[in-house]
Write a protein that binds this ligand. Structure first.
Ligand SMILES: CC(C)(COP(=O)(O)OP(=O)(O)OC[C@H]1O[C@@H](n2cnc3c(N)ncnc32)[C@H](O)[C@@H]1OP(=O)(O)O)[C@@H](O)C(=O)NCCC(=O)NCCS
Length: 169
């Protein structure tokens, strides 16, 4: 068995690589060169379109809130984009894992590290929105202690309703 230290990608300046899942995936902060791959994951997983410039501008507001899970080759396979627009409160704006990498704990690791970073910034609450029909994500969030605050009628661009969920930290 190879040691993680033998195979880990070299950390780049300003990037803390946090290995998990036997060193198959590493968490780091977002970099603008991730945009094409993140756009691909979003198009496949979230069914919404976001302007590429949004990723850069949001990451500048809170760089530690935009986490990327990269594979051994450095290719993003999942990400969590959180924002801090309300004092003491984080909002998960986007969260997705490539379909080939799901159910391996990547999402759970992204969420755990995100919570740690929220607490380190003094936040006391996390909110997010989810499609009412997204049973997989709702189950995931429920397991992470989120509960429903509100029903958001016609929240998504195709008219689907959303739930606003939240949990205290
Ligand atoms: C929601 C999402 C990000 C979760 O990511 P993920 O990497 O699959 O999450 P995890 O692997 O941590 O957990 C998912 C499931 O795999 C299971 N799992 C985790 N690690 C596992 C392992 N090593 N072996 C087997 N199963 C495992 C978990 O128990 C969980 O099962 P459950 O949902 O039935 O309880 C992912 O499903 C996704 O990208 N969905 C599409 C986009 C989306 O809906 N995003 C949310 C929008 S609000």
């Amino acid at each position: 068995m190879r040691c993680i230290a033998d195979t880990a990608p070299r950390p780049e300046q300003g990037y803390a690589l946090e290995p998990f899942a036997g060193g198959a995936v590493y968490l780091r902060n977002f970099h603008p060169r991730d945009i094409p791959r993140i756009s691909e994951i979003v198009a496949d997983a979230l069914r919404e379109h976001y302007e590429p410039s949004l990723y850069t501008s949001l990451s500048q507001q809170w760089p530690q809130g935009f986490l990327v899970a990269q594979d051994r080759s450095g290719v993003p396979q999942g990400f969590l984009l959180g924002v801090n627009q309300v004092p003491g409160e984080a909002r998960v704006l986007m969260f997705a894992v490539d379909s080939r990498w799901r159910s391996r704990g990547v999402g759970a690791h992204l969420m755990d590290v995100f919570f740690q970073r929220c607490r380190a910034r003094g936040m006391v609450r996390v909110t997010l929105e989810v499609r009412v029909g997204n049973a997989t994500a709702i189950r995931f969030y429920t397991r992470f202690g989120f509960s429903v605050n509100d029903l958001l009628r016609g929240y998504y661009s195709d008219g689907e309703n959303g739930y606003q969920l939240s949990r205290d930290l």
